[in-house]
Design a binder for this molecule. Structure first.
Ligand code: GLA
Length: 409
């Protein structure tokens, strides 16, 4: 009897001693997270009025019902720490506090996200979480926060730099200890290949530096550059095998609505859907033009992004400035996106029966020579022929056509 009790006690002690990060993560993001974030459009110019207005707009314009759940406050919400070390919101900009904001957002059927940094200070110079991880996680949980984006500025240089894996695991453990399910978004810009180590730590990890508001460019900011949509797209090469349900490559938040050219906005959204990317809107959703709302709430594109198999797409065919992307979907369907990278109109013909469509990561293939698929236009939802005959696609500058291939009975 005593031996049994002793064995049970030892087993219990062993389970307590297990590092938290080694335990399987709760599934908080079976499909890529969808929401809004303040940074791309507002930078540090944020306050509680803006965030409340965004939540209201997301309900009124159909974004919430289309699947956008998170309202995420990025950098610069923080004030000072209190005498016990607990972080407080900036009292000028968030006078009602984060708890009240979380309540406001929750009442509208949405969730609240917040931002911090693994270093001594955030990128915007506010208090970072280094050395305060458990206190910060506790504070977020008390406030009712549902999502944490965790940045990588001011984490030291050279030999003195924090170990990213350790730093992110520490915050993961702190969030677990705090006891509230909080999606953990790893933002260390892909520097230490987080796709190789972050699956057991967070639900999504940035794969690149910051996106900028442009299609094909590098935007210089002194010591660093932000990247255009095409530059970010090209950096996803080779990463698709690391993503899947519960853990996603994050090619950064959307500039849809900010890009000056409507076609580029459409393409950016279609490409992120093909990449199974988190869809975190980064524009002014209160004053949003209807054509941008239509892009962001397109049900067919969202369904591609959120497909249950979670298989990230790949560049299937390339011909000059035209790229054809493919992505296996549930139900033996495929999504195919035809991208015009250039500033000139392009015409492209896909000869379905002559092009083997197979995916060496998921091992799925569509024998287009033998099997016929119906084509549905991803922008309009309309039937548009089948794969029995070659498809001629005319593309405006920087536009993307999208097709969903459904097995014909
Ligand atoms: C970094 C991140 C951005 C944003 C800013 C905030 O640059 O990569 O997404 O959060 O910090 O300062």
């Amino acid at each position: 009897m005593f031996r049994h009790v002793l064995a049970a006690m030892m087993a219990l002690a062993a389970s307590w001693a297990m590092p938290l990060a080694a335990q399987p993560l709760p599934v908080l993001a079976a499909t890529p997270p969808m929401g809004w974030n303040s940074w791309n459009r507002y930078g540090c110019g944020i306050d509680e009025k803006l965030i409340r207005g965004v939540a209201d707009a997301m309900v009124a314009n159909g974004m919430r019902d289309a699947g956008y759940t998170f309202v995420n406050i990025d950098d610069c919400w923080q004030g000072e720490r209190d005498p016990d070390g607990y972080i407080q919101a900036d009292a000028q900009r968030f006078p009602s506090g984060i708890r009240a904001l979380a309540d406001y957002v929750h009442t509208r059927g949405l969730k609240l996200g917040i931002y911090s940094d693994a270093g001594s200070k955030t990128c915007g110079g506010r208090a970072g979480s280094q050395g305060h991880e458990y206190q910060d996680a506790r504070q977020y949980a008390r406030w009712g926060v549902d999502y944490l984006k965790y940045d990588w500025c001011n984490t030291g240089t050279g030999a003195a730099q924090r170990n990213p894996r350790e730093a992110y695991a520490t915050m993961r453990d702190a969030l677990d200890k705090a006891g509230r399910p909080i999606v953990f978004s790893i933002c260390e810009w892909g520097d230490s290949k987080p796709w190789e180590w972050a699956q057991a730590i967070g639900q999504l990890w940035r794969t690149t530096g910051d996106i900028g508001n442009c299609w094909d460019c590098h935007l210089g900011h002194g010591g660093w550059s932000s990247l255009g949509v095409l530059q970010i797209l090209d950096k996803q090469d080779g990463l698709r095998s690391f993503a899947g349900p519960g853990h996603w490559n994050d090619p950064d938040m959307l500039e849809v609505g900010n890009l000056p050219d409507l076609n580029a906005n459409r393409s950016h959204f279609a490409l992120w859907a093909m990449l199974a990317a988190p869809l975190i809107v980064g524009t002014d959703v209160v004053g949003m033009k209807p054509e941008i709302t239509r892009i962001l709430t397109n049900p067919h594109l969202i369904a591609i992004d959120q497909d249950a198999l979670g298989i990230q797409g790949f560049a299937w065919l390339r011909s000059g400035d035209v790229e054809v992307w493919a992505r296996p979907l549930a139900g033996e369907r495929w999504a195919v996106a035809v991208l015009n990278r250039s500033a000139q109109p392009q015409t492209h013909v896909i000869d379905w029966s002559g092009e083997p469509l197979s995916d060496n990561v998921s091992q799925k293939s569509a024998d287009l020579g033998k099997r016929r698929f119906k084509l549905v236009d991803g922008w309009t939802g309309k039937a548009t022929g089948d794969t029995a005959t070659p498809l001629k696609v005319s593309l405006a500058p920087r536009d993307t056509a999208v097709f969903i291939l459904e097995p014909a009975a």
